[in-house]
Design a binder for this molecule. Structure first.
Ligand code: ARG
Length: 458
């Protein structure tokens, strides 16, 4: 039926379903630029090794750049025989320049070729991801700076815990994203290692200069073991892992936003540009941007698990199972390249509702401050905790908030409660006392913002 790279050995045609099953062109075609870049470097290396003449090299380079133009202009016509991107480029090259195209694959295998392509592709995309991550960090820092005065309840177990600055909550996501950036930087460090010249698994015998190939393609080193080089996918797993953790952070941010945008909380309101309506209920304005963020995070975890499971039982060296590395990788990159800018837009345009946050501040959030009041008077913390706990219970029983207790009632709870206990009932004061580095006092949050701005610039 179609011409195959291996037709010398075979007498029968590939089954039609098998043909579809085997084909990766539909998803690996996006590697065309990396594939052609790799082939161009390879053509030059072949000329240096005396395997093609200078004229043949120029013919190859010229043909390859024509194929690239066709991909770029959208005029590339796939043939039914284009099993994968490597086959497609070589087939088209042969149509354009004739039999010299057949020299390009000398000493090379699709095994070293494909993994070279993915490494080239990833270098570019990780750099892009880093830019998108800082974009989101920037939106977070801007909101934090704009809302520095705003207080809200901080939660643990989703129960009101202690008052915090809204900025402090917002910035907690900055630091998660900063570690995500670091994780992806670290993964990026292991990517510029050039596998090309490893052949199918054993290396090559043709004097092709691997150091030259690495330099040509912007790699910093060559791989040390050809068997490892063609079957290593841990560089992809590291990206998927960094992506899954980043997705988990975005999902948590999305969950907070979804909750805070509900009528019950009403702390924030999403811009209509990042919301959708309902086809049935006219009043609805749904936080779909945040919900999809939470939803897509599941896929990112799935992509990591999918490749881990695919890779775990493979015998050395290349196995066709490894073709399954690409869809999870591309899916994770595509998802993040949308999630990050959408999250940045959502945060940048989000409105806060100071009244609702203020209304959610109730006296119970100051119970720990009351205990600290007693601690400052020499009461052991455990004892102070117990006294204030009893005050809370008393208030619940009497139907009074803590600040409504009279000085006589306080004294009955502990003689150490004096008239100045009323000073504790000040949320701003409570927050300002948390001036430890990393705390929620204004000075500490300002220091955080300064540190964050510095990191974003690197
Ligand atoms: N499409 C293949 C992949 O993505 C390319 C390598 C195929 N190698 C082979 N020996 N059939 O893994």
């Amino acid at each position: 039926m179609h011409v195959k790279l291996w037709e010398g050995r075979f007498t029968q045609e590939t089954d039609e379903l098998m043909e579809r099953f085997n084909r990766s062109f539909d998803f690996d075609r996006r590697l065309y630029a990396a594939d052609i870049q790799g082939s161009m470097a390879y053509a030059k290396a072949l000329a240096r090794a005396g395997i093609v003449t200078a004229d043949e090299r120029d013919l190859l380079l010229d043909g390859l750049s024509q194929v690239r133009d066709e991909f770029e202009e959208g005029t590339f016509q796939p043939a039914p025989s284009d099993e994968d991107i490597h086959t497609a480029v070589e087939r088209r090259l042969r149509e354009l320049i004739g039999p010299v195209a057949g020299k390009l694959h000398t000493g090379r295998s699709r095994n070293d070729q494909v993994v070279t392509d993915v490494r080239i592709y990833l270098m570019e995309h990780l750099d892009r991801l880093d830019g998108l991550l800082t974009g989101l960090q920037g939106a977070i820092v801007e909101q934090a700076e704009d809302q520095l005065d705003l207080l809200m309840p901080g939660y643990t177990h989703l129960q009101r815990a202690q008052p915090v600055r809204f900025s402090h909550w917002m910035l907690s996501y900055f630091w998660m994203l900063q570690r995500d950036r670091e994780r992806l930087h670290d993964a990026r460090r292991r990517i510029p290692v050039c596998p090309l010249g490893s052949g199918a698994l054993a290396g090559h015998s043709l004097g092709i200069d691997r150091e030259f190939l690495a330099r040509e393609l912007g790699f910093q080193a060559i791989s040390e073991n050809s068997i490892d080089a063609v079957s290593d996918r841990d560089f992809i797993l590291e990206v998927l892992s960094g992506g899954a953790i980043l997705g988990m952070h975005l999902s948590r941010l999305a969950e907070d936003i979804t909750l805070y945008a509900s009528a019950e909380f009403g702390f924030v309101e999403l811009n209509e540009a990042y919301s959708t309506g309902s086809s049935l209920m006219p009043q609805k304005k749904n936080p779909d941007s945040a919900e999809l963020m939470r939803g897509k995070a599941g896929r990112l975890v799935g992509n990591l698990v999918s490749l881990l499971v695919t890779a775990k039982g493979l015998p050395a060296a290349y196995d066709k199972d490894l073709q399954e590395d690409k869809e999870p990788l591309f899916d994770t990159l595509d998802a993040l390249e949308l999630m990050l800018p959408v999250a940045a837009g959502m945060i940048r345009t989000m409105r806060v509702n100071p009244g609702r946050m203020r209304a959610a501040l109730d006296d119970s959030l100051l119970a720990t401050d009351l205990a600290d009041y007693l601690v400052r008077k020499g009461v052991p913390f455990r004892r102070a905790h117990n006294i204030v706990g009893r005050a809370v219970r008393y208030g619940i029983e009497e139907g009074k908030s803590l600040r409504e207790l009279s000085s006589a009632e306080w004294r009955r709870l502990s003689p150490l409660f004096e008239a100045d206990v009323v000073d504790v009932f000040d949320f701003e004061r409570s927050v300002e006392q948390k001036s430890s580095p990393g705390g929620t006092a204004r000075s500490a949050v300002e220091a955080q913002i300064a540190g964050a701005r510095e990191l974003m610039a690197t």
